[in-house]
Design a protein around this ligand. Structure first.
Ligand code: ZN
Length: 505
């Protein structure tokens, strides 16, 4: 029986290798590949996806899972072995429902949709992208049909946040909306009082890159095991826990885009890098879910990178990396600038208060697209109407509206909610880390972040995907997803920024 376990693990490692290589092809497509490579690359990705799918859904894997579970039944449920068999069984039963041809079609559509989106966005031309979206929706409906029961959207959501339903998300989002709308109204009224002009101008990309690297190297980025490359839509991809690829987007007129984008992706990278080496080359060598993953990118981006203690360290570094640019700008002014809150068009550049409303808008539109109540051709108008309703702003063109995000081009439907859930979970985890590390603010001020990183590794990262998302969260914070800590944190921060000056120090 132990032999079956070893045999199962060997098969799963080979399948994991294929998936990691597929991820590497995606990384290459979005960072290095010349544009003419797109068509053949789509076929290459489809081939690898079909092969790994076929290998995984084989009867032999099911037989090995049965035999191996007899072996792991004698081991503790939280052992690596028992967890591997449990997760493999869940994945296998799910994957068996999807024909290999459909999974290859989905992968091909995703690889072709991406360059079509890049071009459509560059020309702000939704009509050029619409056929790709229609095809994706069509494939997604075929995918949903492979599963019985539940709402169609729940099937898609389960791929990113296993076990969570649209109704669960709705409960959290209703509370967020109620709590956020008054906060957003308050920050919108005060936005003019914050001067963030120090973050704009002509800022050479090389200087930005040097600053971003100097920051993330303090967080745990290791030049021997990580890379940072430019791309159109930033993401992080771990080829292995020892090979982490971060990407970022540089804007020569704005510092915040690359800085917070890089810190965000570094948070994702730290999670993957912190997974126990014992789980390497297995299906457990990933984050527990997309919301938990996003909790880490948001924690490092907002709770660390937009926090007051970080800028005690960050301010002198800023002056060193951008000689002359910050002369006459005080540390407190930089802190206020990076925390300027104001309703805006672009989700990835949105402040902490308005961000979840960008997600709620996408969650509502995705459900309408999937259940067919919103025809794709009406999507831009529906988008623009919700932007006006939730954020009070007019969308000037599709590039800064419905075409701004890469997700739908790659078939990632049901993914967006995990961003807001991660934002909420980040604060839950943060409160526990702070309680455990009373010296944290002083450490940050000295540019020391490894204490926090080690705590997160110990309590979250090392377990990878061993436990379900609710189990994983419960092990860190002792409870389920709860929006209250986030709402409390945010209103305190808004008070500090727009209330008495005392609160800033
Ligand atoms: Zn992210």
């Amino acid at each position: 029986m132990e032999q079956s376990y070893n045999e199962l693990k060997r098969h799963l490692s080979e399948i994991h290798d294929l998936e990691a290589v597929t991820g590497l092809l995606f990384w290459d497509q979005q960072t290095m590949m010349p544009p003419r490579g797109a068509d053949v690359r789509a076929d290459q990705i489809a081939t690898l996806t079909r092969l790994s799918h076929e290998l995984f859904v084989a009867d032999e894997i099911g037989r090995l899972i049965e035999h191996a579970s007899a072996h792991t039944a004698t081991l503790p449920a939280d052992s690596d072995e028992a967890s591997l068999v449990r997760v493999a069984r869940r994945d296998w039963e799910k994957a068996r429902r999807v024909p290999a041809a459909l999974s290859a079609d989905l992968a091909r559509a995703s690889a072709l949709g991406y360059p079509a989106w890049v071009e459509a966005r560059a020309r702000s031309d939704f009509a050029a992208f619409q056929p790709y979206l229609e095809q994706t929706l069509d494939l997604k409906r075929r995918y949903i049909a492979c599963f019985d029961g539940g709402k169609p959207y729940d099937v898609l959501l389960d791929d990113y946040e296993p076990g969570l339903t649209a109704a669960d998300v709705q409960t959290v989002f209703d509370r967020l909306k109620r709590g956020l709308l008054p906060i957003v109204a308050r920050v919108a009224a005060n936005a003019d009082a914050v001067d963030d002009s120090c973050l704009f101008g002509t800022i050479p990309v090389e200087q930005q890159r040097a600053f971003c690297l100097a920051v993330v190297e303090r967080f745990g980025y290791d030049p021997e095991g990580w890379r940072l490359d430019p791309t159109a839509h930033p993401f992080a991809n771990a080829v292995a826990t020892t090979d982490v690829r971060l990407t970022t987007r540089y804007d020569e007129t704005s510092l915040a885009t690359a800085l917070f984008g890089t810190i965000h992706e570094c948070g994702h990278g730290l999670y993957e890098n912190g997974i126990s080496p014992a789980l390497e080359r297995t299906p457990l060598a990933r984050g527990a879910s997309m919301a938990l993953h996003e909790s880490q990118s948001r924690l490092w981006e907002n709770l660390v990178g937009r926090g007051r203690p970080f800028w005690r360290f960050g301010y002198p570094l800023l002056r060193e990396c951008f000689p002359g640019r910050f002369d006459g700008v005080e540390e407190a002014a930089v802190y206020r600038a990076v925390n300027k809150m104001q309703p805006s068009l672009i989700r990835v550049e949105a402040d902490e208060a308005t961000y979840p409303l960008h997600i709620i808008l996408r969650f509502e539109l995705e459900q309408a697209l999937i259940d067919g109540t919103l025809p794709p051709r009406e999507l831009p108008d529906a988008w623009n109407a919700k932007m006006r309703e939730y954020l009070g702003i007019d969308v000037p063109d599709d590039a800064r509206g419905v075409l701004q995000d890469v997700h739908w081009s790659e078939g990632l439907i049901g993914y967006f909610p995990t961003y807001a859930l991660g934002t909420v979970i980040a604060v839950q985890i943060w409160e526990h880390a702070r309680a455990a590390l009373p010296d944290m603010d002083a450490q940050f001020a000295r540019g020391e972040f490894l204490g926090l990183c080690d705590w997160l590794r110990e309590h979250l990262y090392r377990d990878g995907r061993k436990f379900t998302p609710p189990e994983t969260l419960d092990r860190v914070v002792g409870g389920p997803i709860d929006p209250e800590p986030f709402l409390r944190y945010l209103s305190r921060k808004v008070d500090a920024l727009h209330g008495t000056a005392d609160a800033e120090h």
